[in-house]
Design a protein around this ligand. Structure first.
Ligand SMILES: Cc1cc2nc3c(=O)[nH]c(=O)nc-3n(C[C@H](O)[C@H](O)[C@H](O)COP(=O)(O)OP(=O)(O)OC[C@H]3O[C@@H](n4cnc5c(N)ncnc54)[C@H](O)[C@@H]3O)c2cc1C
Length: 468
């Protein structure tokens, strides 16, 4: 038995794969480490519950060397491979039909923690990263709104959060990555070492390598967060105040949403957060001065930084209590050019009804500065301000015909947005052809394709995107 095969079998593929194995003797070795076989049913779908692809096997490696062995064996057997972080992609991007899913869940250690950086395994969640850094008064500069995502999973797509205007994407705050390439080589990359790989792996949709470890930049965490939810009668008023707040840098975080109002219409909400330390409370009246919101409806909350960062968990708990966390999630995520954001947002709102979003769904819509976003494969409209515009649909039921209509509607909206200069945040639910991907990556396509050919010559990695 070759050492590659031994490691593969030792990685727990035995029982998981035995049911469908044709040419491999997967059962050998299974008894050695039965707990390291992954769950094939779970790895056949994702948070979106829209696509179903059953893998031949699920491996749960505990080291980068095991990931490398898996990839070498997959290459010999011509099997496609997808890493799975927390499985929160929504259109089958972490699936591998009749191939291998590498469940990163056991590669989740938080390693070296220093005042300006932390080294973590890629399967760690952002929650576990923050849990480790916050007691030292430190935080990654950009956290996703939901902390239950894996570090590798968001670095593979970009990772946007409330602080992205100031700090860019999570991929802009990665100092170094350990990666296993499609041909099973382990390499370390950063701006100064293997920069091509670094650029192709950050926001590279898992096409050129599996990230096994990341060195993340840290900054001092504020102690407290004062959060303002302001409500508006219409889109124009919301966007005017968002633009003003952004230009005047009133808040440390600026977001916003359009929400079903429960009566067939929409509510418009600005959300600003100010960080502070000790008991030096921010000056509310200066922060809210001359904004045109319905002031009597404003909600102001004051939380520790850790509580604020974890606030999405309340939304998760709500959806779980209503049985809607696990319904299909046909989301559409895009960046609108700042110059025509209001017009585009209005056109889309004219087409959508609150029923298309669901009572607990929302459309996030807010301006952000792009100057801190430098990751080559993060595609944004070439303007200084863009609007993340995310149609977060939470359909109340699993009515398949209705869900398919939503996916088709996403595709039509995407075509329209693209013609108007918007860019896709590639975590949406709608089909994309190879030409769509070429168009998406634009001037970055040729370099991306060239690095893909070098790092994953047999095109094994992350088939769920169907890019190459
Ligand atoms: C409730 C919810 C909230 C969200 N909030 C935000 C947000 O605030 N900001 C934001 O930017 N995004 C957000 N997203 C989108 C999310 O960032 C992406 O879907 C992300 O890819 C999911 O991470 P994951 O760990 O679940 O990855 P998975 O779904 O497991 O994987 C995503 C993709 O990355 C690949 N991948 C996973 N791990 C690795 C690795 N180690 N190396 C290489 N490739 C890998 C997978 O093969 C797959 O193609 C949210 C999604 C959900 C469902």
């Amino acid at each position: 038995m070759t050492s590659d095969r031994r490691t593969f079998l030792g990685a727990g593929l035995g029982v998981a794969a035995a049911a469908t194995s044709q040419s491999w003797d997967f059962t050998a070795g299974a008894a050695e480490m039965p707990s390291r076989e992954g769950n094939r049913a779970e790895a056949s779908t994702d948070f979106g519950r829209l696509i179903h692809r059953e893998p031949r096997a699920v491996a749960q490696p505990i080291s980068s060397a095991e990931v490398a062995s898996l990839l070498r064996l997959a290459r010999a057997e011509r099997l496609k491979v997808a890493a799975r972080g927390q499985g929160h992609s929504i259109y089958g991007r972490s699936l591998s039909e009749n191939g291998i899913v590498i469940d990163m869940g056991r590669l989740n250690s938080i390693r070296d923690l220093r005042p300006d950086r932390v080294v973590v395994d890629a399967g760690a969640t952002w929650k576990s990263v923050l849990d480790a850094t916050l007691p030292q008064g430190l935080t990654p500069p950009v956290l996703t709104n939901y902390l239950g995502l894996s570090v590798g999973g968001t670095i593979a797509v970009g990772g946007i959060g409330g602080s992205s205007s100031r700090y860019g994407m999570q991929t802009d705050n990665v100092l170094e990555l350990d990666v296993v390439t499609g041909d099973g080589h382990e390499l370390t990359c950063s701006v100064g070492s293997n920069p091509n790989a670094f650029d192709a792996v950050r926001a590279g949709l898992g096409q050129c390598g599996i990230i096994t470890r990341a060195t993340l930049r840290l900054v001092r965490a504020p102690e407290r967060v004062r959060r303002f939810q302001l409500f508006y009668p219409g889109l124009s008023e919301l966007i005017a105040d968002q633009r003003r707040a952004l230009a005047e840098e009133r808040f440390d975080q600026l977001q916003g949403a359009i929400l079903p109002d429960g009566a067939g219409g929409w509510r418009y909400q600005l959300e600003g957060a100010v960080f502070y330390n000790g008991n030096r409370l921010p000056d509310d009246s200066a922060l809210l001065k001359a904004l045109s919101d319905t002031r009597s409806a404003a909600v102001i909350t004051d939380l520790t930084y850790g509580e604020d960062a974890a606030a999405f968990a309340k939304f998760e708990a709500l959806l779980r209590s209503k049985g809607q966390w696990t319904t299909p999630k046909p989301w559409l995520l895009a960046f609108l050019p700042g110059s025509n954001a209001e017009q585009l947002a209005r056109e889309i709102l004219d087409e959508l009804t609150p029923a298309d979003i669901g009572p607990f769904g929302r459309i996030t819509c807010y301006p952000m500065m792009t100057n801190a976003c430098r990751t080559p494969l993060v595609r944004l409209p070439a303007e200084s301000v863009v609007f993340p515009f995310n149609v977060i649909r939470v359909p109340p039921s699993d009515d398949r015909a209705a869900i398919e209509r939503m996916v088709a509607q996403n595709r039509a909206l995407y075509d329209r947005l693209r013609r108007a200069g918007a860019m896709h945040y590639p975590v949406s639910a709608f089909p994309m052809s190879q030409d769509d991907w070429k168009d998406h990556f634009g001037s970055s396509w040729a370099r991306f394709a060239e690095i893909k050919r070098r790092l994953d010559p047999a095109d094994l990695l992350t088939p769920g995107y169907a890019i190459f």
